[in-house]
Design a protein around this ligand. Structure first.
Ligand code: HEC
Ligand code: HEC
Length: 347
């Protein structure tokens, strides 16, 4: 072949391989990790919406974490299998990823999301399965799930574990993120995204009203929580007379073992002890995790026991209790409370 021909051939080969690299790169190397994560999220979503994973075949995660209610249920306390009522208000799942949350439930009794997502399945008043082996049997009798798990895990298909179920549910929960809010746009520099009243509310929230001390809005994600526990005053009145018997009961039962979540969901008085149920430290009686206020106008009713019906009531209660706690009376006018409410509606 003449020299020119060789050069042309060589050039063509180079061109083809460059083109192949450009075209194939995203496909061939489009990180197996990303593809696997997508499979896990899809599978987690299926499980999240599957009522066959509950004792009466009627309750799924989405029964309480309803997508069109910001993943809450609009009830004071949750209602699970056979119409059993729980003791706590269903929290939104939308802030979890943004808040980079590392403790879960109102009392922070779980430290990984992978564990937290498994608890409702065997909670007697939520999905009510006997135990995790019953859960695994229910999943594996479904051929489509077996295939999907095999594709979502490299060693998959051999024998399904609860850890894998927790992994896919957690992947789905982390994939849920709140829609962009007026406050997000404001933060990115669109000063018109918040109306004047909401802007006054923001100034109060960070300033005089002191809300941002706990519902923190620093950092890029502005999670509106300090990830810490505080006394709320909500629900303590009802148990004050009975406190020492109650705390003794909790301590005795915790020595016998058993899931904290199952107890607090079925014993309304014990549930009001909050963080104490986890630490057994008397200083933690009545402490609850600061909830994120993202999407808060869509998640009524409020507080760990759902005892506060509207956003305005919640603000009044917080203004009253937080100033009592700080030992400095906080006199917010009616107008200022409306400003705060308008700001909270922008989150
Ligand atoms: C019967 C209603 C109900 C069902 C069904 C239910 N949940 Fe929940 N969920 C709740 C309640 C109530 C809480 C708060 C419990 C507490 O803090 O003690 C909660 C809390 C959570 C939390 C912790 C959120 C946080 O910010 O700490 C996660 C995660 C969660 N649920 C995921 C799920 C998943 C996944 C399922 C399905 C496997 C599910 N839930 C089924 C009512 C329900
Ligand atoms: C000392 C920390 C702290 C301060 C200061 C504080 N909060 Fe809270 N906030 C909490 C905790 C903890 C809860 C949960 C209490 C409970 O459920 O018993 C809560 C709950 C709420 C809720 C209900 C959220 C839900 O999803 O149920 C709203 C609304 C709220 N706070 C608004 C405010 C406003 C407005 C201010 C300022 C006036 C404020 N908070 C100041 C810690 C604080």
């Amino acid at each position: 072949m003449p020299r020119k021909g060789w050069i042309a051939l060589l050039a063509a080969v180079v061109l083809i391989s460059v083109a192949a690299e450009v075209v194939l790169h995203p496909v061939v190397h489009a990180s197996p990790d990303a593809a696997r994560l997508a499979r896990r999220i899809a599978l987690g979503k299926q499980l999240f919406n599957d009522p066959s994973l509950s004792a009466d075949g009627a309750v799924r995660c989405a029964s309480c974490h309803m997508p069109d209610r910001s993943y809450t249920d609009g009830r004071a306390v949750a209602i699970g299998v056979y119409g059993h009522t729980g003791t706590r208000n269903t929290p939104s799942l939308l802030p979890i990823a943004a808040a980079n949350e590392s403790t879960f439930f109102w009392d922070g009794r779980r430290t990984t999301l992978e564990q937290a997502v498994l608890d409702p399945l065997t909670n007697p008043v939520e999905m009510g399965l006997h135990d995790q082996s019953q859960l695994l049997r229910r999943i594996t009798r479904n051929g489509a799930y077996r295939t999907a798990f095999a594709q979502a895990f490299s060693d998959g298909g051999v024998s399904l574990t609860a850890t894998e179920v927790g992994t896919v549910l957690a992947a789905y929960v982390r994939s849920l993120t709140p829609p962009e809010s007026p406050f997000d746009r404001y933060r990115r520099g669109d000063r018109a995204a918040l109306n004047p009243r909401a802007q006054l509310g923001l100034a109060l929230f960070q300033g005089k009203a002191g809300c941002a001390e706990c519902h923190r809005l620093d950092g890029s994600s502005s999670a509106f929580t300090d990830h810490a526990y505080h006394r709320s005053g909500v629900g303590l009145d009802g148990i004050a007379a009975n406190l020492s018997a109650l705390t003794q009961g909790v301590i005795t039962r915790s020595l016998q073992g058993g899931a904290i979540g199952d107890r607090v969901a079925t014993q309304a008085d014990e549930a009001q002890l909050g963080r104490f149920n986890v630490t057994l430290d008397p200083a933690d009686i009545g402490l609850f995790r600061t909830p994120s206020l993202r999407s808060v106008s869509h998640t009524a009713p409020y507080m760990h026991d759902g005892s506060v019906p509207t956003l305005e009531d919640a603000i009044d209660r917080e203004v009253y209790y937080r100033s009592l706690q700080a030992g400095r009376p906080l006199n917010l006018s009616v107008e200022e409370r409306l400003d705060l409410a308008e700001f909270l509606r922008s989150l």
